[in-house]
Design a protein around this ligand. Structure first.
Ligand code: CTP
Length: 405
C-alpha cells in the first residue's frame, strides 16, 4: 500500500504563523501511517507549544541540541539517522537562508546539515508573506536549495494572516501528505502522458431531467492520482462527479457522452496511454426537449426514443496511433455477472490490449473494489482492496506493459 505506512518522518517546525497548520499536518501524517518525530526551533515554539506537537505525534519533542535525554548528547546525529525524510513545515524565509549557508547554530538546522545526503531527503514546505516569498533573495535561496538537492514544495495562494493576499501560504496538510506519497512512489510513468476518463455521463431529457448511472468516478480519480504520483503528466476527462481534482492533474469537466467523446478525441494526440474508466451512457434521448416536459393531466406518459452514443474507447483503439502501438489503450468493464466471460468478449470487441473487469453494483460509490485484468494471454485478479491501492497496482502493471510493448 503506497501510503506513508512505516515511514519515519522528522517534522521540523520553524517560526511562522503557519505553525498552526503543522498540528493538522502532524495528525494527517500519523493517520497515513507515518512515525513522526517533531523538532522545533525557538521561534516555532512562540507560535505553537511543544506540548501540542507531543500530544499529536505521541513522542517527546526536541527543541535543543543540548537535550540531556540523548546518551551521547548528539541529538542532531541520532535524529537525522533515524529518519526516512526530514520535512520542514513551515519553512520560514530565515530558515531557508540559513540552510543554503550550511549554518548550524540550533538543533533543526544542525540536524539538516548532519543528515546523510544520499539517504535522507530534505523536503521544505515554505510559508511566508507574499512580499517575502517574491523577494529576489528568497527566490535565489529557493533556487540554490533545489540545486543542492532539496525538495522545495510549491506555496499556496490566497489570504494571508497579515491581511494581504498572494503567494506564500503553506500548502494544506492533506496537500503535503499527498506530496510525500507522490515523492515515495516509483516514477514508472515518467515522461508519459496519460489520458483518463472517469465518472458517469448525464444524458439530458429536458432542462431538468436526464439519465445517468451510479458510477462515482472514484476508481478513475484514484488512477489519475496514482499515474501522477508515478511521474506521468495526467489529463482527466470527468463526467459529473463531486470529487476534488488530484493534485497536479489537469481536469476537463464534461456532462454528456458526446462531450466526453469530443474532449477525448482532441486529447489523444499527445497521449501515450488512454485509460477509459468512465461509465459512459450507451444511449441518449434522441431529442432533448428545450423546455421542461409537463404533465398534461391526461395520464399519458412521454414517448422517449434513444440513439446510441459513440463508443469512445472502441473508436480511439481504432486510430492509427493506437494501432501502431504509440497509444496504449486500457478499457474497463462494469458487469453484474459472468465477469471473466464478459470482460474477455469485451476486450476483443473494443480492440484493446488490456481490459479491466469489475462488478459494477458491488463497487459503484464504494471506496474499495476487486479487479480482473484480461489480456491476450489470459486473466489475473487483483483481490478486493481500496481503490487507492488497486490504482497504484494497476498503474505499475500498465507501466510494465509499456516497457514490453
Ligand atoms: N465506453 C466508451 N464509450 C461508450 C461506452 C463504453 O468509451 N459509449 C468504454 C468504457 O469507458 C469502458 C468500456 O468502454 O472502458 C466498457 O464499457 P461498458 O459500459 O462496460 O461496456 P459497453 O461497451 O457499454 O457494453 P455493455 O453495456 O453491453 O456491457
Amino acid at each position: 500500500m503506497n501510503d506513508l505506512h512505516g515511514k519515519r518522518i522528522l517534522l521540523g517546525l520553524t517560526g511562522g504563523i503557519a505553525c498552526f497548520k503543522a498540528a493538522e499536518l502532524c495528525r494527517s501524517l500519523v493517520k497515513a501511517g507515518a512515525e513522526v518525530q517533531v523538532v522545533m526551533t525557538e521561534a516555532a515554539a512562540q507560535f505553537i507549544t511543544p506540548v501540542t506537537m507531543q500530544a499529536l505525534s505521541g513522542k517527546a519533542v526536541y527543541t535543543s541540541q543540548w537535550d540531556a535525554r540523548e546518551g551521547n548528547n548528539m541529538a542532531h546525529i541520532n535524529l537525522s539517522r533515524e529518519a526516512d525524510a526530514i520535512l520542514i513545515a513551515p519553512a520560514s524565509a530565515d530558515f531557508m537562508a540559513k540552510l543554503i549557508h550550511g549554518k548550524a547554530d540550533e538543533l533543526l538546522s544542525l540536524t539538516c546539515l548532519a543528515r546523510p545526503l544520499q539517504k535522507v531527503p530534505l523536503i521544505l514546505a515554505p510559508a511566508m508573506n507574499r512580499e517575502m516569498w517574491a523577494h529576489p533573495a528568497t527566490q535565489r535561496n529557493v533556487a540554490q536549495l533545489k540545486a543542492d538537492g532539496t525538495h522545495v514544495l510549491d506555496v499556496g495562494q490566497g489570504d494571508q494572516a497579515c491581511g494581504e493576499t498572494g503567494d506564500g501560504r503553506m500548502l494544506e496538510a492533506e496537500e503535503i501528505v499527498e506530496e510525500l506519497q507522490a515523492f515515495w512512489t516509483p516514477k514508472c510513468l515518467a515522461g508519459q502522458h496519460v489520458l483518463i476518463t472517469a465518472g458517469p455521463t448525464y444524458e439530458a431529457i429536458d432542462p431538468v431531467r436526464g439519465i445517468t448511472n451510479l458510477s462515482s468516478g472514484k476508481m478513475g480519480f484514484a488512477i489519475a492520482r496514482a499515474a501522477r504520483h508515478a511521474g506521468a503528466q495526467v489529463t482527466l476527462v470527468a463526467g459529473p462527479v463531486s470529487l476534488s481534482t488530484p493534485r497536479g492533474v489537469k481536469r476537463v469537466d464534461v456532462r454528456s457522452a458526446m462531450q466526453m467523446n469530443e474532449a477525448v478525441q482532441q486529447l489523444t494526440a499527445n497521449a501515450q496511454v488512454f485509460i477509459a474508466a468512465a461509465a459512459v451512457a450507451d444511449w441518449r434521448p434522441a431529442l432533448a426537449a428545450d423546455q421542461k416536459i409537463k404533465k398534461d393531466g391526461s395520464g399519458d406518459t412521454p414517448e422517449l426514443s434513444f440513439v446510441e452514443n459513440p463508443d469512445i474507447l472502441a473508436s480511439v483503439a481504432q486510430t492509427a496511433r493506437a494501432q501502431s502501438g504509440a497509444l496504449f489503450c486500457v478499457g474497463f468493464a462494469a458487469e453484474s455477472h459472468d465477469l471473466l466471460a464478459h470482460a474477455t468478449a469485451k476486450r476483443a470487441r473494443k480492440g484493446v490490449p488490456l481490459l479491466v473487469g469489475n462488478i459494477g453494483p458491488s463497487t459503484f460509490g464504494q471506496d474499495d473494489n476487486a479487479l480482473l485484468l484480461v489480456d491476450a494471454q489470459g486473466a489475473k485478479e487483483f483481490p478486493r482492496d481500496t481503490k487507492t491501492k488497486l490504482a497504484y497496482d494497476l498503474i505499475q502493471d500498465i507501466a510494465a506493459r509499456l516497457v514490453k510493448h
